[in-house]
Design a protein around this ligand. Structure first.
Ligand code: SF4
Ligand code: SF4
Ligand code: SF4
Length: 390
């Protein structure tokens, strides 16, 4: 039985129904993850092979394996003398580690980080995990080089199991291997107990968003992997020169701008941003953005109706060392002629958007229209035609 746990309050699909994120679904090698009718990821625990691929790619850390905690692994591995990461030694699959974890580990380790891909060739879950491991390493190495860290991650066909680095393992059954590996004895015992309970009914596990999740959603949260990266970057020497890279060369952070011609100051982007990368002042007259708090989950882009929030085509790596909060938009505040509440007047409007909507609804309901600056009853087309006929 899988020890995978999904936390709906972390998933960006919970913060906005417009989110198109399917990273977890796309990486799953056994296709057990799907997007359910309630718009959230769901999976069948008996089909999950506990590879942790979904954990590694989820921008907001919505998944956890009960017997592998990537944050704990980072600190344990950083203190360990070995530079080797292998699915037969210390991780369920290399893909359980995010690019931020890989970069951070490479930065804090004295020796070059070595990833053992010696078992990938015979792994039943090679597709799509192996290609994604190589992609993650490529991005991590590119960034490590771009910040002039002098660190690189090595990918080697060591096959730790054959080299006798770890216990003998039945390769055909990853879960049995993980059980024997016993990364965390006490946690595992608890997981087994819960798995026994789960085994009673092993249907697709869907997740509802209850009151507790809603309360959590209101709290902005930066994923642990980002805090780890900050810690690692603090220890790294600053490059002689700050480089700028292309937007598509970094998958976990971004820089943005707002098209002020089309932005309606609807406030949705910073209200739904799960990390607080997008924020506003108390009057909602400004929109700020902090690139290093952004996890590139795209929730803000997927939600912005007029498409006003845009990715900058480049990313300045100076943000890694000197994070800044930038002003993306500033709106002129005026007092609404109807309700007296302050609102951002974009094109000289005197009535706030809420009063405008109410006014439109009232006009519709009562059959009114404005003619020559005066509110009059609308003439029904049929009626006016029949009047003309008499
Ligand atoms: S742990 Fe692996 S097998 Fe299980 S749902 Fe996630 S990606 Fe799929
Ligand atoms: S935020 Fe994470 S859990 Fe939610 S759909 Fe995206 S990858 Fe899956
Ligand atoms: S600003 Fe970044 S973290 Fe916030 S919603 Fe947009 S993409 Fe996600």
């Amino acid at each position: 039985m899988s020890t995978l746990v999904f936390n709906p309050s972390e998933c960006v699909r919970t913060v906005t129904k417009f989110s198109e994120c399917t990273k977890c679904v796309d990486i799953c090698p056994v296709d057990t993850l799907t997007i359910a009718d309630n718009n959230l990821p769901a999976f069948v625990p008996s089909a999950c092979v506990d590879c942790g691929g979904c954990m590694g790619v989820c921008p907001s850390e919505s998944f956890k394996l009960k017997d592998f905690d990537a944050t704990e692994f980072f600190f344990e591995f950083a203190a360990d003398s070995s530079p080797l990461i292998s699915c037969r030694v210390n991780v369920p699959c290399i893909m359980a580690l995010s690019i931020e974890h890989l970069m951070s580990l490479a930065l804090v380790k004295e020796q070059p980080l070595i990833l053992d891909i010696g078992h990938c060739g015979t792994c039943p879950y090679k597709e799509p995990l192996y290609a994604n491991i190589l992609k993650s390493v490529e991005e991590a190495n590119y960034l490590l080089e771009a910040i002039e860290s002098g660190k690189q991650i090595r990918v080697e066909e060591i096959a730790a199991q054959e080299q006798g680095v770890a216990v003998d393992v039945d390769q055909s059954d990853r879960r049995a291997f993980l059980e024997r590996l016993s990364l965390k004895g006490a946690v595992k015992a608890k997981a087994e107990f819960e798995a026994t309970l789960d085994a009673v009914s092993d249907e697709i596990r869907e997740h509802e968003v209850g009151l507790a999740e809603i309360a959590k959603l209101r709290q902005k949260r930066l994923p642990d992997k980002r805090k780890i990266l900050f810690t690692a970057l603090k220890r790294a020497p600053k490059p002689e020169q700050y480089h700028t890279i292309a937007e598509e060369d970094i998958s976990f952070a971004s820089q943005k701008f707002i098209d002020m011609q089309t932005c309606t100051n609807c406030q949705m982007c910073y209200r739904i941003c799960p990390t607080g990368a997008l924020s506003s002042d108390a009057n909602n007259s400004k929109i700020y953005f902090d690139a290093m708090m952004c996890i590139k989950c795209r929730a803000c882009h997927d939600t912005c109706e007029p498409d006003s929030l845009q990715l900058q085509p480049t990313f300045e790596l100076k943000e890694f060392f000197e994070p800044t909060q930038r002003l993306l938009a500033s709106f002129k505040l005026v007092r609404c002629d109807e309700c007296g509440v302050h609102f951002a007047s974009l094109h000289g409007e005197r009535v706030c958007p809420r009063c405008r909507v109410e006014e439109e609804e009232a006009f519709e309901l009562w059959g009114l229209e404005e003619r020559d600056g005066t509110v009059v009853f609308r003439e029904d087309d049929d009626e006016s035609e029949s009047h003309q006929g008499h």
